[in-house]
Write a new protein. Sequence first.
Length: 264
Amino acid sequence: MPSRHLSATGCREIKPMSDSPARHLNLAGASNFRDLGGYATRDGRIVRWRQIFRSNHLGHLTEQDIAVMRELGVRSAFDFRGSAERVEAACCMPDISVHSLPVEPTVVAALRGIASSGTALSTDHAAEVMRDSYRSYVQKNTDRYRTLFAHLLEDRAPLVIHCTAGKDRTGFACALILHALGVPDDVIAEDYLLTNRYYRRDPNSSSDLPDHVKQVLGSVQPSFLGAAFEAIDADYGDLETYLRDGLGLGAAERESLKARYLQG
């Protein structure tokens, strides 16, 4: 996954046109709530604004946040959280349809396993465990992402895609969507890294892990997403084959997706 044109912090803002809607909506009870619209594709079209959003979980929305979501017309939520995560923070917006696409979390358990062997956890451990998690999205959870695209083809927009933090399982999903729509690789990489600007890490999460490890877990790095695309190349040969054979996006489905979510 290319990561060129990124700043030293890995977080160069992609400026929308001055008359475009805001990409990031600063909700009080949700973090990193962003619009995937406004990006130009290789064939000169534009991803439609206010159709696909991404966020962390929707369990702490305030009444004002809910009013914003209703004004946006959000009707569906696609939730990649595992079973325990959903119980801990159920969606508090009763008038949207929630579709569970569970990708069980593995990162914290893996790090605890390393620590239990007597090894002092490092940022390198954290980063490699994160990369393993992204590989598993392809190797063990492709069916969940395939189901997401089946829903997208049913035109349930406006919709929101989320997990617990809204940055990893969700980040991979959004990268796949933008790829399928024809957005260039470097723009997809930059959009992914906007999480480092907008995500607010929960200071109480995984409190038994060292702070330097939690800082890695609360961020995104180009190598994380890159690991998923390396797994795609290893298992499917290339991304186009994965989109077709893994996600069920043949030529007709790709054109239907573009017709729904692109303008111009």
